[in-house]
Design a binder for this molecule. Structure first.
Ligand code: GNR
Ligand code: NI
Length: 172
């Protein structure tokens, strides 16, 4: 089932999501709906917070939208960053919850992440490049943080003004 992606400003995007107890059929169902929604919206990642579910669940497929590459699906429950590099990298980020906005965000270049997979198994992975950026962007969502919250107050205000105008335009 395709779910509705919340758009900023929406207070539900700023709720801290709750850890799940166990990856069971209902969580696997949520992961499937999130993947379907992510592909439909042409995103490479999605957090449950973005579809109004306050559970610590994210899905990622860096190959989403690429015709050539195989799907590369990662479903993660309770993802935590165990370690991050001192070295940083800057990526022009976008977000399905922040339409028509892209901005450079600087984050740790490499992370070690622990999560529960679809089989409720504990997995640890090292990520770099776009995968590291995307995991951190999605975990931020679970903590109620959007990529624009990493920008200066002035830039955030300008983006919020633009989003307000966009919403008005859509409702006309
Ligand atoms: O589709 C997405 N692309 C993207 C590009 C750079 C950095 C992060 C992302 S995640 C984003 C989808 C999304 O909003 N996930 O929460
Ligand atoms: Ni996002």
């Amino acid at each position: 089932m395709i779910l509705t992606v919340l758009k900023e400003p929406d207070p539900r995007l700023h709720i801290k999501a709750k850890a799940i107890e166990k990856v069971d059929d209902s969580i696997r169902h949520l992961m499937d709906d999130m993947l379907e929604t992510m592909y439909q919206e042409d995103g490479i990642g999605l957090a449950a917070t973005q579809v109004g579910v306050d559970k610590r669940v994210i899905v990622i497929d860096l190959n989403a939208g690429s015709e050539e590459d195989e799907p590369d699906v990662h479903c993660m429950a309770n993802p935590e960053i165990l370690w991050h590099s001192e070295e940083t990298s800057t990526c022009k980020e976008g977000c399905l919850s922040v339409p028509e906005t892209r901005a450079d965000v600087t984050r740790p270049a490499r992370v070690k992440v622990r999560y529960l997979d679809r089989q409720n198994q504990i997995i640890e992975i090292d990520a770099d490049g776009l995968m590291a950026t995307c995991i951190q962007h999605e975990i931020d969502h679970l903590d109620g943080v959007l990529f624009i919250n990493h920008l200066s107050k002035l830039k955030q205000e300008l983006i919020h003004k633009k989003l307000k105008k966009l919403k008005k335009f859509q409702n006309l």
